[in-house]
Design a protein around this ligand. Structure first.
Ligand code: BGC
Length: 719
C-alpha cells in the first residue's frame, strides 16, 4: 500500500458509518414526514378504526388511502394456522407451516445464534403467510415451575432470557416483520391471570422481570410489545402508566405499538391516556371495543385528546412502514428445507442428557437386535394441543418414526403404548381430569420390554397437559406414568428413559431408579430425527437446563414462602431470589440445578484469568480460560460465568449469571474461551435513588458447567 493511502483509507472508513447514520436519519425523517402527511388526511373515525381489532388477528385499514389492515399472528411455535370467528380452524390447505421447538427448548440450547435463526425462519414464514406482526418471542420469567406456559417461555434467568430474546427479535425483524415481545409484564402464572394483581418490590422488578423486555426494546429494537393480562400494583398492565409510559416509552424510548393481550383491555380513557395503542380481542362485535365507538365518544367529550389518538396512529403507521408497507420487502418462504434444518438444529442442541451412568448412550446401533419403544409420547405429535397457540405443522416426526428412520435396518423395533394420555376439561377449562394408569397397557409394555434387548421408554407430558390458561396442579408425572416406569424397569433394566416436557417435573424417583435419562422437549417438526440422532451419537447432546428442578416443590421460592398463586393479589415475597438465586443463597440442593446437562464426553476447565486485576465502572472485564475435551467424542460445552459479591452493602443472590458461551471442543482438543462482562452489568438497582449502582470492592468470578458446578474462580476489584 502506498504510504499516503493510509490516512485516506482511515478517513474513508470513518466516513462510511457517518454516511450510514446520516442516511438512516434522513430516512427516518422522511418516514416521519410521510406519517404526518397521512395523519392529516385521516378522519377521526378512520383513525379510531386503526386502533382496534376487526377480526381475531387483524385490524381494519383505511381503504380510501390504501392503508392496509395490520395482520398479526401467533407464535412462538411457528406461524399459527388461520382460524375463524370463535377460534375454529379455517380448514385451509395453504396454512401449514414449520413447527419450531418450544421456548424452553430454545433456551436449553443456550445458543443465541440459533435463536436468531429461529427468528429469521419464523419471519420468512410469516411473510409468506402475509402476517406482519409475529406475536413472539414470549419470555416471562419462570417464577414457579407450575406455570402452564413455562414451555412457551424461556428461562428463570433474566440474562439468559435477554440474550436469546434479543436475537429472536432481530431474526424476525430481519424479514420486515414486527416481533411482538410478550407479555409485558409480570405474567408469571396463568391462574387468575385476568384479575390477579402483582405486588413486587421495585428492585426485583428491575433486576429480574424487566431486563429481557428492556433488552429487546433497546438492543433488539422490537417494533411491538404485548401488554400482559394481569395487574401490577392494582392497575391492569394494559392501562398501567408506570409500565407503559414511564418505563417503556420514556425511559426505554420505545417507538412502536403497545398491543393489548387478547381481551386484556378494561377501560377506554385510562388505557388510551396511559399508553395502550391497539386493542385486540377475539370476539365481535368489534365496534363495541373500548378502543372503538367508546373511544370516539371519549375524544368527542374531550376525555382523550386528538393528539393522543394521532400519536397512536403515528406509531401504527411507523410499524407499517417497517413491515406491511416497507419498500423492497423480502419475498418470504415457507416449509423450506432450510427451515426444517433450523428446527432440527435447535432440537438437537436442546436435548439434555440427565444421566448416563452405564454409558448406554450413545447406542451401539450395529449391535442392537431388538428395541422396545414404549409410551404414548413415542407416537404423539405436539404441534397442536391444549389452549393457545400451536402450528398446523406441515409434518412432525415422532420419536418412533425418528428411531425407525435412524436405527439399523436389521434392528427389530416394536411399540407398546404403555399409558393413555387423555386430558379432559372439567366444569371449566382450568380444572382438568387426566387418565390414570392402565394395568392392561402396563402389562403389555412390561412383556414387550422383557422380550427386547433394549427398551426406550417415553414418558412426560404433552401439550394438552401443559397449557395456556391454567397452571399444573403439581409437579408429578401425569397419566400414572410412574407405575409404568416401575414395571418396565423391573422387566428390563436395560432401559433408557426419555422424558418429553416443557417444564420441570418431580422425576426424583426416576432419577434414583434409572441409569439413563434423556430430557426432550416439544421439539418441532424434526423432533424424532433430532432425538434419534442424539441417542445414536450422530449428535453429542449439548443442552442445559434453563431452569431449576426443585427436589420438592415446597422448596421452590414462591412455594416455600406461600406466595403463590395469591387470591386477588400475589405478593412476590422472594424478591430477587428467583430460581437458582434462591436455591444457592439458601443452600438448598435442587433435583437438577440451573444450567445442568451432560455430554457423551467430558470437559476440563483450566487457567481462568481476567485481563486486569482492577476495573473502573465504565470498563469491560475479559475473562479467559481453556476448555479441554478429555473424552472420546467431539462436543459443544456451555461455559457459564457467574459473579458473586461478597460482603455487599445490600442483600444479594449467592451468584448471578453474567456471561456464557457455547463452544465446540473437538475430541482430544482444547478451546480458548473469552467471556466479557461490562462492569456496569454488576450493578444492583437502588430503590432509594432509583438508580443502578455498581458497588466498589471485590467480586468473585465463578466459571462452571452449571450453577452448582463451579470449576474455576478468580477475583477482581471494582474501583
Ligand atoms: C395469549 C397471547 C396470544 C393471544 C392471541 C392470548 O390468550 O395470552 O400470548 O398471542 O392470545 O392468540
Amino acid at each position: 500500500m502506498k504510504r499516503n493511502a493510509l490516512p485516506f483509507l482511515v478517513s474513508l472508513l470513518l466516513f462510511i458509518p457517518t454516511c450510514f447514520v446520516a442516511a438512516q436519519t434522513s430516512k427516518d425523517q422522511a418516514t416521519q414526514q410521510k406519517i404526518a402527511a397521512v395523519i392529516k388526511q385521516l378522519t377521526l373515525e378512520e383513525k379510531i378504526a386503526m386502533l382496534h381489532a376487526n377480526g381475531i388477528f387483524g385490524t381494519a385499514g383505511v381503504p380510501r388511502l390504501n392503508i392496509p389492515g395490520l395482520m398479526t399472528d401467533d407464535g412462538p411455535l411457528g406461524v399459527r394456522e388461520d382460524v375463524l370467528e370463535g377460534w375454529g380452524s379455517a380448514k385451509l390447505t395453504t396454512d401449514s407451516a414449520t413447527y419450531f421447538p418450544n421456548g424452553s427448548a430454545l433456551a436449553a440450547t443456550w445458543n443465541p445464534a440459533l435463536s436468531y435463526d429461529y427468528g429469521r425462519a419464523v419471519g420468512e414464514e410469516a411473510r409468506a403467510r402475509k402476517k406482519y406482526v409475529m406475536l413472539a418471542p414470549a419470555f416471562n420469567i419462570a417464577r414457579t415451575p407450575l406455570n402452564g406456559r413455562t414451555y412457551e417461555y424461556l428461562s428463570e434467568d433474566p440474562y439468559l432470557n435477554a440474550k436469546l430474546a434479543v436475537q429472536s427479535v432481530k431474526g424476525i425483524q430481519s424479514q420486515n416483520i414486527a416481533a411482538c415481545v410478550k407479555h409485558y409484564a409480570l405474567n408469571n402464572q396463568e391462574i387468575a391471570r385476568g384479575s390477579v394483581s402483582v405486588e413486587i418490590d421495585e428492585r426485583a422488578m428491575q433486576e429480574i422481570y424487566l431486563p429481557a423486555f428492556k433488552a429487546t426494546i433497546i438492543e433488539g429494537n422490537a417494533w411491538t410489545i404485548m401488554s400482559a393480562y394481569n395487574k401490577l400494583r392494582g392497575v391492569y398492565c394494559s392501562e398501567n402508566p408506570y409500565l407503559l409510559k414511564t418505563i417503556l416509552k420514556e425511559q426505554w424510548g420505545f417507538k412502536g405499538i403497545v398491543i393489548s393481550d387478547w381481551g386484556g383491555t378494561h377501560t377506554t380513557v385510562a388505557a388510551a391516556n396511559n399508553g395502550l395503542d391497539l386493542e385486540m380481542g377475539s370476539n365481535p362485535p368489534y365496534n363495541t371495543y373500548y378502543f372503538a365507538d367508546p373511544l370516539l365518544k371519549a375524544v368527542k367529550e374531550g376525555k382523550v385528546s386528538v393528539a393522543t389518538i394521532d400519536e397512536k396512529v403515528g406509531r401504527i403507521l411507523w410499524v407499517m412502514y417497517h413491515t406491511t408497507m416497507s419498500e423492497n420487502p423480502p419475498a418470504g418462504s415457507i416449509n423450506t428445507a432450510a427451515h426444517s434444518k433450523t428446527a432440527y438444529d435447535i432440537a438437537t442442541e436442546s436435548i439434555v442428557l440427565l444421566k448416563n451412568e452405564k454409558n448406554m448412550l450413545p447406542l451401539n446401533t450395529a449391535k442392537i437386535k431388538s428395541v422396545a419403544v414404549i409410551g404414548d409420547n413415542a407416537i404423539r405429535t405436539n404441534h397442536l394441543g391444549g389452549f393457545g397457540a400451536g402450528v398446523k405443522a406441515r409434518y412432525e416426526i415422532t420419536p418412533l418414526k425418528g428411531l425407525e428412520n435412524k436405527l439399523d435396518k436389521n434392528t427389530t423395533i416394536k411399540f407398546a403404548q404403555g399409558y393413555r394420555a387423555i386430558v379432559k376439561s372439567k366444569e371449566n377449562f382450568n380444572a382438568i381430569e387426566t387418565s390414570k394408569a392402565d394395568p392392561a397397557l402396563i402389562a403389555e409394555a412390561a412383556a414387550l420390554a422383557k422380550s427386547s434387548e433394549l427398551t426406550i421408554l417415553f414418558v412426560g407430558a404433552n401439550r394438552d397437559y401443559e397449557s395456556e390458561s391454567r397452571d399444573r396442579p403439581d409437579l408429578s408425572l401425569p397419566f400414572g406414568e410412574q407405575q409404568l416406569i416401575d414395571a418396565v424397569l423391573a422387566a428390563n433394566p436395560n432401559t433408557i428413559i426419555v422424558v418429553t416436557a416443557g417444564a420441570p417435573y418431580a422425576i426424583n424417583k426416576v432419577k434414583s431408579q434409572s441409569s439413563t435419562i434423556v430430557w426432550n422437549w416439544y421439539n418441532g417438526s424434526e423432533n424424532g430425527n433430532a432425538l434419534a440422532d442424539v441417542l445414536t451419537g450422530k449428535v453429542n447432546p449439548s443442552g442445559k437446563m434453563p431452569f431449576t428442578f426443585p427436589a420438592d416443590l415446597k422448596e421452590s421460592p414462591a412455594h416455600a414462602l406461600n406466595a403463590y398463586p395469591g387470591d386477588s393479589v400475589v405478593t412476590y415475597k422472594e424478591g430477587i431470589l428467583v430460581g437458582y438465586r434462591w436455591f444457592d443463597t439458601k443452600k438448598i440442593a435442587p433435583l437438577y440445578p440451573f444450567g445442568y446437562g451432560l455430554s457423551y464426553t467430558n470437559y476440563a476447565y483450566a487457567g481462568l484469568k481476567t485481563d486486569k486485576p482492577s476495573y473502573k465502572t465504565n470498563e469491560t472485564i475479559t475473562a479467559s480460560l481453556t476448555i479441554s475435551n478429555t473424552g472420546n467424542y467431539s462436543g459443544k460445552e456451555i461455559v457459564q460465568l457467574y459473579v458473586s459479591k461478597p460482603n455487599s452493602a445490600v442483600a444479594r443472590a449467592d451468584k448471578e449469571l453474567k456471561a456464557f458461551t457455547k463452544v465446540l471442543v473437538n475430541k482430544a482438543g482444547k478451546a480458548e474461551v473469552k467471556l466479557t462482562i461490562p462492569v456496569k452489568d454488576l450493578a444492583y438497582y437502588d430503590t432509594k435513588s432509583s438508580k443502578w449502582i455498581v458497588e466498589p470492592g471485590t467480586y468473585k468470578i465463578l466459571v462452571g458447567s452449571s450453577s452448582a458446578q463451579i470449576n474455576q474462580t478468580a477475583s477482581i476489584t471494582v474501583q
